[in-house]
Design a protein around this ligand. Structure first.
Ligand SMILES: Cc1cc2nc3c(=O)[nH]c(=O)nc-3n(C[C@H](O)[C@H](O)[C@H](O)COP(=O)(O)OP(=O)(O)OC[C@H]3O[C@@H](n4cnc5c(N)ncnc54)[C@H](O)[C@@H]3O)c2cc1C
Length: 306
């Protein structure tokens, strides 16, 4: 493997909306940037991005390709399809190594590495995920008005999701997957006229990505056109943890709200990593905000501003 050793201003780890947005601003600031991305964006199972002004309904892959093309104009920004495997503080900078043999030092680092969603462990769910099985009402709820939908989550999670969904979708059934819901949650379901199916879910069925029915253990099937679920998610990369960046109770990296800088000076984050509002528009905004803060830090360092 050919070893490449680079000395750059900024290493951006992650080329989703957050990392690309930061790359665009830093390119326009004429900063020397390396952007590394191993191409596992969180929404890759989805067919359309919703709620994104100016790009409503664009496929995630087309959106990212277009954004990468826009960056080619800025010659100080290089892009590599690779994973950053090592990142550690060195004297006044950060030393990094990538899986493709690229390595070097960067004055500042932006982690835009995203998160990974945990899919419910149900037979048949993967081919439906992103098309008729979703986790985010803000992303996909609008499309289901007038269609029969289920809200899946253990304990009170599915019930709480079902109650919230009622605003978007009148025909919703809560599924607690073999777990009990609390008296309070059951009362709220009743209040909103939402049926509860508490039997364990064994499978989901559909064709061409479109859900048709939910199958339960020893109980009748439920015909549905869509399923929303409430489970957990985790960081896609452990680099922030290895660098010692402080995290909050949800596992999000804590940042200075004005600069997106973490508790480790010189390390910034943008996008889902901080687990703030998890939307493409917010990831783009946070990437831009971090890039401006990074550029300002360089301007201060070089005596161009206070
Ligand atoms: C199914 C689904 C549908 C969604 N639909 C919508 C929607 O309609 N509208 C909306 O606004 N939001 C939607 N979202 C949320 C949206 O996907 C995220 O908010 C957005 O992708 C966050 O952008 P990001 O740049 O922070 O992270 P990501 O897009 O996840 O990008 C992170 C990138 O970093 C890379 N990476 C991670 N670690 C490393 C490493 N060590 N080295 C190199 N690269 C690394 C990953 O491979 C990935 O390419 C959806 C999410 C899902 C799961």
């Amino acid at each position: 493997m050919e070893m490449v050793c680079m000395k750059i201003d900024v290493l951006i780890v992650g080329g989703g909306p957050a990392g690309l947005s930061a790359g665009l601003i830093l390119g326009r600031c004429r900063r020397l940037v390396l952007l590394c991305d191993d191409e596992q964006p969180r929404n890759r199972a989805s067919q359309a991005i919703h709620g994104l002004l100016g790009r409503e309904g664009r496929s995630p892959s087309a959106f990212l390709e277009e954004a990468r093309q826009e960056l080619t104009r800025y010659k100080s920004v290089s892009f590599r399809r690779t994973r950053v495997t090592e990142l550690r503080p060195a004297e006044d900078c950060f030393a990094f190594v990538c899986a493709d043999g690229t390595g070097g030092v960067a004055s500042k680092v932006l982690l835009a590495t995203g998160i990974v969603d945990e899919l419910p462990e149900i037979a048949g769910i993967e081919p439906l995920y992103g098309i008729s099985v979703h986790h985010c009402l803000y992303c996909d709820g609008f499309e289901y008005a007038g269609r029969p939908v289920a809200a899946l989550g253990k304990g009170d999670k599915g019930a709480a999701l079902a109650v919230m969904m009622k605003h978007w979708i009148p025909d919703v059934v809560a599924c607690s997957d073999g777990t009990e819901v609390s008296v309070n949650a059951a009362r709220k379901l009743k209040q909103h006229g939402i049926p509860l199916r508490s039997e364990p879910v064994v499978a989901v069925e559909g064709a061409n990505g479109v859900l048709t029915k939910i199958k339960f253990k020893n109980a009748p099937d439920l015909e549905r056109a869509g399923l929303f679920f409430s489970t957990g998610c985790r960081q896609a990369s452990d680099l922030s943890q290895r660098l010692g960046c402080r995290r909050d109770m949800k596992g999000g990296v804590v940042t200075d709200p004005e600069t997106e800088e973490t508790s480790v000076p010189g390390v910034y984050v943008a996008g889902d990593v901080s687990r703030d509002v998890l939307l493409v528009s917010i990831a783009i905004a946070e990437g831009a905000k971090a890039a401006v803060a990074i550029n300002k830090a360089f301007l201060r360092r070089d005596g161009f501003c206070d």
